[in-house]
Ligand binder design. Structure first.
Ligand SMILES: [Zn+2]
Length: 126
């Protein structure tokens, strides 16, 4: 089934739906509010303009769109791919530093040695 785009007036949002071609023009319930969304015809894409490399809806409200969601600011600086800081708040960084990794490796090495040593000692005592 082909994928079509629909517009929900209530949410002012666009969503996609897989429909059989003969039902493509029928309204599709919005995944957010369950109201009928109307199909956006390919010819209606003229209702969008490109500014700053972002598609903007006309009339331009001065907002930006990120993956179909409205945001106030365009993405600035390095971000995770396909994520927007307004929609995906930054998570705490779990990635350890190189020094921390090395420290952990050393600790593990030491524990391994100790385990081995302990084993040997026990064996000798037997
Ligand atoms: Zn809706």
């Amino acid at each position: 089934m082909p994928i079509y785009e629909y517009y929900c007036e209530h949410c002012d949002g666009i969503f996609e739906a897989l429909r059989p071609m003969r039902e493509a023009s029928d309204p599709v319930p919005c995944p957010i509010c369950d109201r009928d969304g109307q199909r956006i015809m390919p010819t209606e894409f003229t209702a969008f303009t490109m500014r700053d490399g972002y598609p903007r809806r006309i009339p331009d409200k001065g907002t930006y769109w990120h993956l179909g969601k409205e945001v106030k600011q365009p993405i600035r600086g390095p971000v995770r791919p396909n994520e927007h800081p307004e929609l995906n708040p930054p998570r705490p960084k779990p990635k350890p530093t190189k020094a921390e990794l090395e420290e952990q490796r050393e600790r593990e090495e030491m524990m391994k040695k100790e385990a081995k040593h302990g084993l040997v000692t026990r064996r000798r005592l037997n």
